[in-house]
Design a protein around this ligand. Structure first.
Ligand SMILES: CC(C)(COP(=O)(O)OP(=O)(O)OC[C@H]1O[C@@H](n2cnc3c(N)ncnc32)[C@H](O)[C@@H]1OP(=O)(O)O)[C@@H](O)C(=O)NCCC(=O)NCCS
Length: 313
């Protein structure tokens, strides 16, 4: 038994915040942000909550899958920016979409959240604990952004991405490879959203160094565990943190045939939403053939990381 991605969906708020606008708020410039981070603009939510964006993305994924809300018996939302303590975001989404009685929980591993959530869902579906699941990454990081801090406010954005995942039938090959996941407890303070009135704070250079030196071998491990050679990978969808981080990882992967997702140029860093958002757009634009192997790899606050090879829906 295994699982496979059936369809994707995503949602982004309509408000576009450009680098030039940010340069009127803090001491920065379009050139600095493009050069050091690679972001040109990001989307900022207005009245939408994390649950609203998660629901919109899940609704689109569901519509693309051909399944109905009643078919879904498991719903997991990866997020680190939900303000409400209870109900969790997954229960809100289940109610808004009119689902019957899905197992519904949130998971917080910050920017690696989608791959962590997909890992737990794959395990549950493989064990027969559910048949049809939705995995969502959704964030409203603008609620936790200090708009006077130029080292962080230029980076983050809001949005959501979702995948419908079903258990495979007997004899059908699994479409979700084994997850490679972990954390770095010694660097647990490198990215923080702490306290009652919390703002994102980070040791930018420490995160940058870690990401560009430690992650490529872990991403390659995900390929090895899936039995897929790096040359076979059709697309690489890493967490959308910084184009220089992505380029640094790519250089060490040896994946000459892979399209590399760089959705952060227009979306910013949307933490747990960034991987499903970027994958959903690749699928929507039909840039990757259905069934082709795609390497997902999330990393960030915790510090945490997780990745797996999936077959493109
Ligand atoms: C945050 C990050 C973009 C900063 O880039 P950097 O090249 O490391 O920049 P530094 O922090 O060394 O700062 C260099 C200079 O630029 C300045 N600077 C910082 N932000 C700036 C901005 N938005 N505009 C202009 N200058 C800025 C700094 O004050 C510093 O000035 P100084 O030399 O006079 O002290 C980079 O470290 C990064 O992307 N790290 C990873 C963070 C990340 O992805 N976090 C999310 C977790 S997944």
């Amino acid at each position: 038994m295994g699982s496979r991605l059936v369809a994707m969906g995503h949602y982004q708020p309509s408000r576009v915040l450009t680098n030039d606008e940010l340069a009127r708020m803090v001491d920065t410039s379009d050139e600095w942000i493009r050069d050091r981070v690679g972001i040109a603009s990001r989307r900022i939510a207005d009245t939408e909550t994390v649950a609203d964006m998660a629901t919109a993305a899940a609704g689109k994924a569901l519509a693309n899958s051909g399944l109905t809300p009643a078919d879904i018996d498991m719903l997991v939302v990866a997020t680190c920016s939900s303000v409400d303590r209870s109900p969790n975001v997954a229960c809100r989404v289940a109610a808004k979409l009119g689902m019957a009685a899905p197992a519904a929980y949130d998971l917080n591993t910050a920017c690696s959240g989608f791959s962590y959530a997909l890992g737990t869902v794959d395990h549950a579906l493989s064990a027969g604990a559910a048949r049809n699941a939705i995995v969502i990454g959704a964030e409203k990081l603008s609620d936790f952004t200090d708009w006077t801090d130029r080292s962080t406010c230029i980076i983050f954005g809001d949005g959501a991405g979702a995948a419908v995942v079903t258990a495979t039938t007997e004899g059908e090959p699994s479409g979700v490879g084994p997850v490679v996941w972990g954390s770095v407890p010694a660097k647990s303070d490198a990215v923080r959203i702490e306290g009652w009135r919390a703002y994102i704070q980070q040791e930018g250079q420490a995160v940058f160094r870690w990401a560009t030196t430690e992650l490529a071998p872990l991403a390659l491990q995900a390929c090895e565990r899936a039995g897929v050679a790096p040359e076979e990978i059709a697309a690489f969808v890493p967490h959308q943190a910084n184009t220089r981080i992505i380029d640094g990882i790519v250089k060490r992967l040896g994946m000459p045939n892979a399209i590399v997702a760089k959705d952060l140029v227009e979306s910013g860093n949307t933490s747990a939403a960034s991987v499903p958002l970027a994958l959903s757009k690749l699928v929507e634009r039909r840039e990757v053939p259905s069934g082709a192997p795609v390497l997902l790899f999330g990393f960030g606050g915790g510090l945490t990381y997780a990745g797996q090879v999936v077959r493109c829906p």
